[in-house]
Design a protein around this ligand. Structure first.
Ligand code: ADP
Length: 518
């Protein structure tokens, strides 16, 4: 038994206690007030200072006389004084020990944090004879705590502003530790006890398999994961989250999955809105190029038509005069014929644009090259849509005769249609396979396969009708024009449903033979 310094001041109590200790065969030791590792003050039951150890007086830089007036002498920080006094006096009244943290002024005017504890000493009749106060310097700990609070507040702010939370999960345990922000993202109360069950309940059904996969793989030390997931909130709204974590051993040697969870709903939705905008824009571009074409056709045909009307009116007028002016009327009629031919030419030219007779601009075209030039045009768009394109080009020659630009337009159209057909696909990898292979000794085949919706059986031919479309914003002329182009190249274009999901559009074109003139 160690007797604390009250022994010195309460001899009677010490004697009694020492006798009791001896009686019980317990060793005791005497400790002086100045040997206590802290500032020690003895108060009377009424709260007056009876004594203070040297450490106390040295710290405050006062004599015992000065220190007696501690409540007036600004020993405690002015901000802490009222509370300290209130606690002290209420303990004196109730006889219950007190404990507080207060800044005390050092001899040089510097305030340091102290933990102050006081307890009553009672005699054999349970009457309080003294109060002992012990003050321990906890300044450094307090500072560290403040620092910790500050950095925790920084972290919490950082988590809140970046909508990124942190979490840890001891592998195979039933609970996880979520930061407040992670709780907020998941819609749990901050500081909630989060169970694996709660996480599973909150995960969107489509992503439960992902969650289980991660929990399974987390058993392997050093594993890193970055994955996307979705949460289904109680009000059925969906949140998009990105999670990055890794498995490491914690201080207790257990495998622990630690990571960050970021709420990416806003950017996900913005991306979606952006791509919708982009495809609408693409549609407008397509439509406006069509209307530009229409406008120029109208203009080209209109000019000769108005010429015809003017000349016909002149002709009528000249023929109805008396006598009729045959010479000039004949001239007007000639002009009518000329303008009619011109209008006919415009229409004929348009028709021949996609017809077999249109043999202009034919040159050797290597389909593999043509394809390679087209792919970069859709690269970005497909990446955004999560579509990968695989090209399989067989060794055999893949050169045909044709109009390179027109053939590339056809390929582009087939790629875009394939992408459109997969827009609703979520349960499988969105992939387009383009094959270029030998169809026969005289023909090459280029096929574009997707894993999209395919088309209704029996509709394989309807797809090629002008204005046939199943898309809300479609025009239904892509395949119609594509087929005209391919037929203009003495080739064939047809569609078939795949054995598995999706459709394949096939083009067969004549091979360019060795030494053939284009
Ligand atoms: P649009 O793309 O404007 O609808 P198209 O003539 O290019 O016009 O296509 C006509 C229709 O053919 C499409 O609306 C679609 O129903 C169908 N189609 C085209 N390509 C595919 C494909 N790869 N898979 C399934 N259906 C397709």
């Amino acid at each position: 038994v160690y007797f604390l310094p009250e022994i010195v001041l309460s001899l009677e109590w010490f004697m009694g206690s020492a006798q009791r200790a001896e009686h019980a065969g317990t060793k005791y030791q005497f400790i002086r007030l100045n040997d206590v590792p802290g500032l020690m003050v003895i108060f009377s039951p009424a709260g007056e200072v009876v004594s203070a150890n040297d450490q106390t007086l040295q710290y405050v830089g006062q004599s015992i006389e000065e220190f007696r007036d501690w409540s007036e002498n600004n020993v405690a920080h002015p901000d802490d004084m009222p509370a300290a006094l209130a606690i002290f006096t209420s303990s004196l009244a109730s006889g219950r020990p007190y404990e507080m943290e207060t800044r005390l002024r050092r001899f040089d005017g510097v305030y340091r944090w102290f933990q102050i504890r006081g307890w009553p000493v009672r005699d054999g009749d349970e009457n309080i004879t003294q109060w002992h106060g012990l003050m321990i310097d906890v300044h450094d700990r307090k500072r560290a705590e403040e620092e910790l609070h500050r950095s925790q507040a920084f972290l919490a702010d950082g988590e809140r502003f970046s909508q990124t939370g942190t979490y840890t999960w001891v592998v195979d345990s039933s609970e996880a530790t979520f930061s407040d922000e992670t709780c907020r993202i998941f819609g749990f109360e901050p500081g909630a006890h989060v169970t694996v069950e709660m996480i599973r309940d909150r995960t969107h059904p489509d992503y439960i398999a992902t969650l289980h996969g991660v929990m399974e793989e987390a058993r392997i030390e050093g594993r890193h994961f970055v994955y996307e997931s979705r949460l289904r909130m109680p009000d059925m709204t969906v949140k998009y989250i990105r999670v990055a974590s890794s498995t490491e051993r914690n201080q207790s040697g257990e495998l622990e999955l630690r990571g960050v969870v970021q709420d990416v709903s806003a950017s996900f939705l913005a991306d979606q809105a952006m791509s919708k905008l982009r495809s609408e824009l693409a549609h407008i571009t397509r439509v406006s190029s069509l209307s530009a074409l229409t406008a120029s056709i109208a203009h080209e045909v209109n000019q000769p038509l108005s010429g015809i009307v003017t000349n016909a009116n002149t002709c009528l007028r000249l023929l109805t005069t008396d006598p009729p002016n045959l010479e000039i009327a004949t001239e007007a009629a000639r002009r009518i014929v000329r303008d009619s031919n011109r209008a006919g030419d415009v229409v004929g030219r348009l028709r021949s644009l996609y017809s077999k007779q249109h043999q202009v601009e034919f040159e050797p075209v290597d389909l593999a090259d043509a394809l390679r030039e087209v792919l970069p045009l859709v690269d970005k768009e497909f990446q955004r849509l999560g579509i990968s394109v695989r090209t399989i080009v067989s060794e055999a020659a893949s050169t045909t005769n044709g109009d390179r630009i027109q053939l590339q337009q056809v390929i582009l159209n087939l790629l875009r249609n394939a992408a459109d057909a997969m827009s609703g696909v979520n349960d499988r990898q969105k992939r387009i396979t383009v094959r270029i292979e030998e169809e026969s000794a005289a023909a090459i085949r280029l096929s574009v396969s997707d894993v999209g919706t395919g088309f209704s059986p029996g509709e394989a031919e309807r797809l090629f009708e002008a204005f046939f479309t199943t898309k809300q914003t479609g025009m239904g002329i892509g395949l119609f024009v594509s087929r005209s182009i391919i037929e203009g190249h003495s080739g064939k274009l047809w569609a078939e449903n795949n054995d598995g999901p999706g459709a394949t559009l096939n083009i067969v074109l004549p091979k360019r033979l060795q030494g053939e003139k284009s």
